[in-house]
Design a protein around this ligand. Sequence first.
Ligand SMILES: C[S@@+](CC[C@H](N)C(=O)[O-])C[C@H]1O[C@@H](n2cnc3c(N)ncnc32)[C@H](O)[C@@H]1O
Length: 292
Amino acid sequence: MLKPPYTRYDQLHVYNFDRTNLGEIDDPDLIGTWIEDNTAILFFHKEKQALVDTICARAEATILYQAQLDYQDWEAGLDITTFTVPPLTVVPLWEEQQLAKEDENIPIRLDPSVIFGSGFHPSTRLCLAVLTDLLTSHPKKIRTMVDLGTGTGLLSIGAAKLGVEEVRAYDNNPFACSVAEKNVALNSCQKQIRVMETDLRNGLPDTGVDMVVANLYKSLLIDLFQNPDFWKAKYYLISGFIPSMEEELLATLPMDQLKLLERRKSDIWCLWLLAKKAVEGRGMRHAVCGVR
Ligand SMILES: C[S@@+](CC[C@H](N)C(=O)[O-])C[C@H]1O[C@@H](n2cnc3c(N)ncnc32)[C@H](O)[C@@H]1O
């Protein structure tokens, strides 16, 4: 995350340690620590070889790999910049001074850090677009939401800004949870959004809400789809898969209970908007623009 004196990301210095227990690391250039598969990946703004050597000696750790890259390269070669999905304008912190006063959209201030959910991945953008369509054309229809795999928290914040009263946002990556919490606070959404660290493979949060958003990946989606407790919500916004995966995913959906209201695609990424049959047919279908 950005902490003074840093106001943007430029170079990333990445060190992957072979263990997670590295002790306290209090360094002004540390962006954050990503825990994955019993390893720790530390991201810094600057080269940190001396510190890394100290950590290795202290924690009896070994470096599995290290890399230096441009922030743009981490973000798939893209410049993370302000974008609009009406009526929302998403502004990375380093551009907030440039936000035009005459911009009538609702601003979302975002520190994407190195977490998924800057808004520049097609699956995030698709989710945000369908979410804004739904929430603006049917205000108050969706009051409660669960965001599974929240990343930066962008989709939860977008929903809260458009009137969703209660959002529970889950992620298994503690670094993602910290970034999401920071973004929730930056947008004064603490009353509406609770961020929780949870591994969805170890248990499903209560999905008895108006809408579940799940921009995840195929194997986790299949696990969720096969759990009858997943299907307690009224609407489901599902993404994170490509056309070649659709048949396998469709086969695990309880289609006797569901209607596919919309399928959208951007680049190679797909999104489904599903509704429980009991609630579908009250106009929501016309909120969105059909299969694209
Ligand atoms: C594709 S990203 C989506 C992020 C954000 N919702 C968006 O649309 O941009 C998937 C997110 O799910 C999280 N995730 C992956 N596996 C998970 C699991 N087993 N339990 C909880 N979260 C998980 C990842 O850490 C990541 O932040």
